[in-house]
Design a protein around this ligand. Structure first.
Ligand code: NAD
Length: 245
């Protein structure tokens, strides 16, 4: 579905991001994994030796426009185009408002909101030049109703929805589609960090009866990146088993 296309997946070293990387590679794309550290990127690349020649690593500071632009240009030079950006990197929070420091709030804004902005800007410049492309952001089920602690996390995911819908309208004239995937409870390290009883309680309330697998989410990233979705832009696609919490 993506033969010959080039994708960058931020936070592609593990969890949902790693599942997206594999899904894109299995569908013929060239992929650059953007991680926070060289060490974790190399570890991920070591698990992808069968795709040698179609996968590379970059580790720019995702909030630094110059570093991101330089890294994305290297990707384009290596593979010949820059077609897909999956803004997946993210961190979560369960901190109570009473304990929340401004530093923690700023950090979650940086990774979950500022980074997708910086990466989208750098990607859009390259995509416009080549006649189009597609950007897929990562929202969350909590962007519908919020959550009862860790207010910074849903605040950034509501904002990601706004960024998605606005950029979809702004960039359509340049043939750049912008969508978001909003996962529900998905079995990754992020969920493993939550108290077991909380995960059980949330899972019990999922109409489809189970938490999501990273591949369930990666399938949505594949659909939105592919030509099958060529008339789809500005959408937040919920992949959450119809969860309401
Ligand atoms: P994870 O913690 O397993 O992986 C997060 C990835 O982001 C890691 O590769 C990590 O290295 C990377 N990352 C974090 N900070 C970074 C930075 N500053 N620079 C570069 N990379 C950075 O989490 P996950 O569950 O795979 O989450 C992926 C995305 O899905 C996130 O945006 C998250 O908010 C969203 N999401 C996850 C769930 C879930 O239940 N797992 C639900 C809804 C939304």
């Amino acid at each position: 579905m993506l033969k010959g296309r080039t994708a960058v997946v931020t936070g592609g070293t593990r969890g949902i991001g790693f599942a997206i990387v594999k899904k894109y590679l299995d569908n013929g794309a060239n992929v650059a994994i953007a991680g926070s550290r060289e060490e974790t990127v190399q570890k991920a690349l070591a698990q992808l030796s069968e795709y040698e020649g179609r996968v590379m690593g970059i580790w720019p500071d995702l909030c630094n426009p110059e570093e991101v632009a330089a890294a994305f240009t290297r990707v384009k030079e290596r593979f010949g185009s820059f077609d897909i950006l999956a803004n997946n990197a993210g961190i979560s929070s369960r901190t109570s408002l009473y304990e929340y420091t401004l530093d923690e709030f700023s950090k979650i804004l940086d990774v979950n909101l500022k980074a997708p902005f910086v990466c989208s800007q750098a990607a859009a410049r390259l995509m416009k030049e080549q006649g189009g492309g597609t950007i897929i952001n990562t929202s969350s089920m909590v962007s519908k109703y919020g959550q009862p602690a860790g207010c910074g996390y849903p605040a950034t995911k509501f904002a990601v929805n706004g960024l998605t819908k606005s950029l979809a309208r702004e960039l359509a004239k340049d043939q750049i589609r912008v969508n978001a995937v909003a996962p529900g409870v998905t079995k990754t390290d992020m969920v493993a960090a939550l108290p077991t009883e909380m995960v059980e309680r949330i899972s019990a309330g999922i109409p489809l009866g189970r938490p999501g697998e990273p591949e369930d989410v990666a399938n949505a990233f594949l659909y939105l990146a592919s030509d099958i979705a060529c008339y789809v832009t500005g959408v937040v696609l919920h992949v959450d088993g119809a969860a309401m919490t």
